[in-house]
Design a protein around this ligand. Structure first.
Ligand SMILES: Cc1cc2nc3c(=O)[nH]c(=O)nc-3n(C[C@H](O)[C@H](O)[C@H](O)COP(=O)(O)O)c2cc1C
Length: 291
């Protein structure tokens, strides 16, 4: 079974780079919230030794404009679509998920439960997944933070709440200072750290969660080569997403696919743990009566 390659949410605009998006096995959108958001004040990107910091702050057009304008145009690419959903309360997650449930072009919903650049919802990740589960029949992936004491415990909890898969990991909070002023480089101060420094952290999280749960896992964090993809699969990922690398090498999906095709390492994804869109026989879940 070939290893599916996706983009990491927020790291590729399919409408600006449609050829790149078409090379993926699924396209993951930037996180969508109920209302439009302008995001955090600039600067919103800063480089660091082994990665980059961002504090975009979930800039997005809101669910109305997304459904009417963005989604139909992404659907023209004929790539499976995963929509990333965010919010600031369980009701935000359920509102956006309910809207997406009627959209046939949406294959999977990924719940962003772990953005370090905005205020967190008061509810637990388990409650947020349960709220989404109650209103959607779509496969639900829970995207978790690496900054938890016991990520396996969170994984078990979201699986029990109805998650069909996990996306691991989101960025981890970091701070860089301007060398001249010794003031934070980012407008918001702190940001989410991504790139190569995240790779061992992502491996540890995927490893811990794969031991703890049965659902498929999309691994991500600092992937820049086929070797990194194979490492994540070796510890239990069923698909791999490319994030920060896309800013410096937008053709990374094509390059890494070619590297994988030429690899002598015989690593595939076990059939019982394939990610959604690669399991056509998946039975849709029943809509809960709690709606
Ligand atoms: C500029 C930027 C924007 C991001 N926006 C989102 C987002 O909207 N939603 C989300 O779930 N993750 C977002 N992420 C996190 C990535 O999806 C990914 O989890 C993280 O960057 C780790 O992968 P990487 O090291 O390969 O970049 C963003 C990351 C970056 C660098």
């Amino acid at each position: 079974m070939r290893i599916p390659l996706l983009n990491a949410s927020g790291c590729l605009d399919a409408l600006t780079a449609p050829t790149v998006a078409s090379q993926l096995d699924a396209f993951v959108t930037k996180t969508v919230t109920p209302l439009p958001r302008e995001g955090n004040p600039p600067p919103r990107i800063a480089e660091s030794d082994a990665g980059m910091l961002n504090s975009i702050g979930l800039q997005n057009p809101g669910i109305d404009a997304f459904v009417h304008d963005t989604l139909p145009r992404i659907a023209e690419l004929a790539v499976p679509i995963w929509v990333s959903v965010g919010g600031f309360a369980a009701s935000d997650y359920s509102e956006v998920c309910e809207r997406l449930d009627d959209e046939p072009s949406v294959d999977v919903v990924e719940l962003n439960l772990s953005c370090p650049n905005v205020e967190e919802a008061a509810e637990s990740v388990t409650e947020l997944v349960a709220a989404a589960r109650a209103v959607t029949t779509k496969p639900l992936y829970a995207k978790l933070s690496p900054a938890t004491w016991d990520v396996a415990e969170s994984a078990r909890a979201v699986e029990a709440a109805g998650a069909d898969g996990l996306s691991l990991v989101n960025t981890i909070r970091g701070l860089t200072l301007d060398a001249g002023t010794r003031r934070p480089s980012l407008g918001r101060g702190v940001g989410g750290y991504s790139g190569p420094a995240l790779r061992p952290i992502a491996l540890a999280c995927v490893h811990a969660c794969a031991e703890a749960v049965a659902v498929p896992i999309v691994g991500m964090g600092g992937v820049t080569s086929a070797d990194h993809v194979l490492d994540l699969v070796a510890v239990g990922a069923s698909g791999v997403a490319l994030g920060t690398i896309l800013f410096s090498d937008p053709w990374a999906p094509r390059r890494i696919r070619a590297e994988l095709d030429g690899s002598t390492t015989a690593t595939g994804v076990p059939s019982e743990r394939r990610i959604h869109d690669f399991v056509p026989e998946t039975t849709p879940r029943r809509r809960s009566s709690a709606k």
